[in-house]
Design a protein around this ligand. Sequence first.
Ligand SMILES: [Cu+2]
Length: 283
Amino acid sequence: MKVGTVFGLLAVVLAGCSTQEVLRFGWPEGITEQSTLMRELWTGSTLAALVVGVIVWALIFWACAFHRRRTRDLPKQTAYNLPVEIVLTVIPFLIIAVLFYYTVVVQTEVEAQTSDPAVTVEVTGFQWNWEFRYLDEQPVEETDQPISILGDSGESAVLVLPVGPTIQFELVSNDVIHSFWVPEFLFKRDVLPGVNFGYDNDFQVTIEQEGAYVGRCAELCGIYHSTMNFEVRAVSPEVFDEYIAARASGLSNAEALESVGEPGLAQTTTPFDTDRTRRSATD
Ligand SMILES: [Cu+2]
């Protein structure tokens, strides 16, 4: 009866799920090469935990089934059994050592940086929005300044990025600590004031999937912290080049996006009014 229930539940849970989804064990789907590495670490760790779990459950059921109290005599006492104590110390240590090893390997790969990223974006966090500047792309013709995307209370910043090449983010804050977080990257990093004094606060990703993805501030940074949203728009490298050319020619972000066949405004978030002067006592 109980076994039947378990199989019934399993059938319901597993129906319609691909092997890939089952092996993700609830891990959120990422869109970068780096997030795949993290997912593999999670799958491996969960499988290892399941193996340990099955052994522990088997031992519990074995003890329950075959070592029930049969007489009123005190059973054999095994406290202070040195060989057992050693085994029970060594095995968890080995498990931790293996998990630690693979965690460090994956962390190193996720944080690895090439010396010549294809796109470099300077990310500036400020109370309470974001500015993105393409440091290595052609500048705006008229001003000779890097192309910039500035979020404000009327329009969320839409950061356009190509799928395929390596993208470098250089994080800077103008005021307090913020945190640059695109949930679909499965990665976030604090945006610190003072990085210009020599603190290296860069990371790189390689996006694998086109689409619109929301970005957020993940560090409580003041009254409108929760409104610090932006959008990453991942497009093909060809569309990215067209977009950069359109921006360089002087078009606004929305105009340039529309000129390459993309929606001009953010699809995943809406702008928020952070102008405190308008919230007077008379409102
Ligand atoms: Cu913030």
